[in-house]
Design a protein around this ligand. Structure first.
Ligand SMILES: [Zn+2]
Length: 120
């Protein structure tokens, strides 16, 4: 039964709307916690709690860069699982984005700076 318990832990890690949304966001690459905060408008503690579950399940890992903590998916096979599940549900999702100027992470600030440079 132990082998099924390991499997169940993995399945359980997927059984939460916020965690599915986080995985969809991380499908596009790593993202910092502040980016998820700005995107989902959840408190940081809540997001960290959800990320902890995904990390315990071996799906994501974190990396600190200065004040930012970035998360990325280390088992990209999980996206095949989600895709297979969505064939059953017929639900299509796409990664959420933060409201304009809501996020100050290097990725978002970098993006908003680009068009200004083009204008100059
Ligand atoms: Zn951001």
């Amino acid at each position: 039964m132990e082998i099924y318990e390991q499997e169940t832990k993995l399945y359980k890690s997927l059984m939460h709307p916020a965690r599915l949304a986080i995985l969809d966001l991380l499908r596009e690459g790593e993202a910092c916690v502040c980016h998820m905060e700005a995107t989902f408008e959840y408190r940081q503690a809540y997001i960290s709690q959800q990320l902890m579950v995904l990390r315990d399940a071996g799906l994501v890992e974190d990396r600190r860069d200065g004040l930012n903590i970035y998360y990325r998916v280390i088992r990209s096979e999980i996206f095949d699982v989600l895709d297979a599940m969505r064939k059953v549900t017929g639900i299509r999702t796409k990664a959420a984005k933060p409201k304009r100027n809501a996020c100050t992470c290097p990725n978002c600030v970098g993006e908003s700076v680009k068009p200004q440079l083009i204008q100059i």
